[in-house]
Write a protein that binds this ligand. Structure first.
Ligand code: FES
Length: 164
C-alpha cells in the first residue's frame, strides 16, 4: 500500500496543475533576468562614447573671399561668430560660460545671455554675471584647399588672428 502511495506522488500524471502563484513567480523571475541582462548590456556600452567630438570639431566655414573686410557672420549651428577685419579672421563662441545657453549679440557687439542675464562685452569679457569667465575665442586655421577651418573644441588667446 505504501509503495502505491509513492508511485502516485512521483507520477507526472498526478502532478498538481500550475497555480496562478506559480505563474506570477515565473514571470517575476524572468522579468528580473531580462532586466539584469539589459542593465549589463547598458553597462558594457558605457565606456564607449556615443559621440566622438574630435570627428566633427573641425568645421569648414568658407573661403576667405566669401567674407568682406569688416564683416561679422554668425554660424548658428556652430554657435560661432566669425569676424574679419584688416588684420584677418577671428571667431568667438556664443556659448555662455555659465550653463551653456547661447548668448545673443546686440548692435553694439555685446553679448547677452537670455537664460540668467550674463552680459559680455564685444571681446567676450564678462560685464555682469553669473557667468564666471569670458566667452571663448575659437582656433582658426586655413586648410590646404584654402578653407577657413574652425576647431570648436580648441580655444585660443583673443589676440590670435588668422591671416588669410
Ligand atoms: S547660462 Fe548664461 S547666464 Fe546662465
Amino acid at each position: 500500500m505504501a509503495a502505491d502511495k509513492n508511485l502516485i506522488e512521483t507520477s507526472q500524471r498526478f502532478k498538481p496543475a500550475a497555480t496562478r502563484r506559480d505563474f506570477l513567480g515565473l514571470a517575476a523571475t524572468w522579468s528580473a533576468i531580462v532586466a539584469f541582462v539589459m542593465a549589463m548590456l547598458g553597462a558594457l556600452r558605457l565606456p564607449m562614447p556615443s559621440v566622438f567630438p574630435e570627428s566633427n570639431s573641425r568645421v569648414k566655414l568658407g573661403k576667405p573671399a566669401r567674407f568682406a573686410v569688416g564683416s561679422s557672420t554668425y554660424f548658428s549651428k556652430l554657435r560661432l561668430w566669425l569676424f574679419r577685419d584688416e588684420a584677418g579672421f577671428k571667431a568667438i563662441s556664443s556659448v555662455c560660460t555659465h550653463l551653456g545657453c547661447v548668448a545673443e549679440r546686440d548692435e553694439e557687439g555685446h553679448f547677452l545671455c537670455p537664460c540668467h542675464g550674463s552680459r559680455f562685452d564685444e571681446v567676450g569679457d564678462v560685464i555682469s554675471g553669473p557667468a564666471p569667465k569670458s566667452l571663448v575665442w575659437v582656433d582658426l586655421t586655413l586648410s590646404p584647399e584654402g578653407w577657413i577651418v574652425a576647431d570648436t573644441l580648441s580655444d585660443v588667446d583673443r589676440e590670435v588672428v588668422l591671416k588669410a
